[in-house]
Design a protein around this ligand. Structure first.
Ligand code: GLV
Ligand code: MN
Length: 193
């Protein structure tokens, strides 16, 4: 859903200030600008979510500038959860490379669509909708995801709500979640940055 390009290529000059439609073009380009090995790197999933993401977007792979797409490598430890999040600027399509993954998204009416899918199977998440994945297999799991934006953005609900800097006032969170300060403080302590 990014703007259409007006030339064949425009490798981003990340040292220049971004403008409304991405980065200015680098003046000299070579083959290496159009290849990226960052999705081949094995990721360390020993963290509290049991998940790790490597992103190939315009910031890591400037050859994507103006091309309207990007990809991620998402690796899961057994039981790992990629927490509920949304991409404000992109629809997501993904394919399971390894393992068995429970994939779900929610509409703006709170209808929940979900399925367990296996290696070779695909899913889609409409632009902006909240979604997550959970490794329900016995071993590791791995997804490759793709986006129709060079920089889809990701609002990760737990850390957006409880780990912002500065924090959202407790008065807002206790009312919104119909709970008390102790519960909100406990959650804030886990997502503190
Ligand atoms: C998975 O949801 C991803 O954003 O890569
Ligand atoms: Mn996603």
């Amino acid at each position: 859903s990014d703007s259409d390009p007006l030339q064949d290529l425009c490798v981003g000059d990340l040292k220049a200030s971004p403008s409304i439609n991405g980065f200015p073009c680098k003046s000299s380009v070579s083959s290496s600008d159009f290849f990226f090995s960052g999705l081949a790197v094995a990721l360390n999933t020993s963290n509290s979510n049991g998940v790790a993401v490597a992103a190939a977007n315009v910031l890591t792979f400037p050859g994507l500038n103006t091309l309207g797409l990007s990809m991620n490598n998402v690796e899961f430890a057994p039981g790992g959860v990629n927490p509920p999040h949304s991409h404000p600027r992109a629809t997501e399509a993904g394919v399971v490379i390894e393992g068995s993954v429970f994939v779900g998204f929610l509409t703006t009416n709170n209808t929940f669509f979900s399925k367990v899918i296996h290696a070779g199977e695909m899913f889609v998440v409409p632009r902006g909708l909240v979604h997550f994945q959970w490794n329900v297999g016995k071993g590791k799991a791995r997804l490759i995801t793709s986006f129709n934006s060079q920089l889809p953005g990701s609002a990760v609900l737990p850390s957006t709500l409880f780990g912002s800097m500065p924090g959202i006032p407790n008065a807002v969170l206790t009312k919104a979640f119909r709970t008390d300060d102790a519960t909100v403080n406990n959650l804030k302590s886990k997502f503190a940055v």
